[in-house]
Design a protein around this ligand. Structure first.
Ligand code: RP5
Length: 172
């Protein structure tokens, strides 16, 4: 994974998943998606772009995502969170939206503005905050695993390990 701090981005050589976010302030949450993809060995890139502050950059990224080899886009944004919707408007790739936990409304604003897409342009919206970022990565993995037996096996093992932990849980 290479880091280019001048452009606020990190990228694997041939990323399959694009993790984008509206602001650097979203990274604390969205890094959970990146960590999960790293754990599964899925190449990805992480970039900052905004539906409102850099609309052309966002539109260009979405329009070129498929030809660049991406299979899934994960978009995190907060407040009037339109980034995932803008992505979905410009690409046929599956777009997974992660609503940030905002200061003003604790993420309810982000959730509603991400999830309430008009019929015809879907965004798969996950939970508010880090749980949503982790699950967006797991869902991206499940999508890619449809055509990747090795990744599917990793996902199966991940679930099995979670279950084993629960079964082994002892209360004081
Ligand atoms: C959104 O505005 C970003 O996704 C972020 O969650 C929110 C606040 O951004 P900053 O003011 O912290 O840059 O576009």
């Amino acid at each position: 994974m290479e880091k280019n701090s001048a452009n606020n981005q990190t990228a694997a050589a041939s990323p399959l998943v694009g993790i984008i976010m509206g602001s650097k302030s979203d990274w604390d949450t969205m890094s959970a998606a990146a960590e999960t993809l790293t754990q599964f060995g899925v190449p990805h890139e992480c970039r900052v772009m905004s539906a409102h502050r850099s609309p052309q950059l966002a539109a260009e990224f979405a329009a070129n995502a498929e030809s660049r080899g991406l299979q899934v886009v994960i978009a995190g944004a907060g407040g009037a969170a339109h980034l995932a919707g803008v992505m979905a408007a410009h690409t046929l790739l599956p777009v997974l939206g992660v609503p940030m936990k905002s200061d003003a409304l604790k993420g309810l604003d982000s959730l509603l503005s991400t999830v309430q897409m008009p019929a015809g342009i879907p965004v798969g919206t996950l939970a508010i905050g880090k749980a949503g970022a982790t699950n967006a990565a797991l869902l991206a993995i499940a999508i890619i695993a449809n055509g990747n037996a090795e990744l599917r096996e990793k996902l199966r093992r991940y679930r099995e390990q979670m279950e084993q932990k629960i079964r082994a849980t002892e209360l004081p």
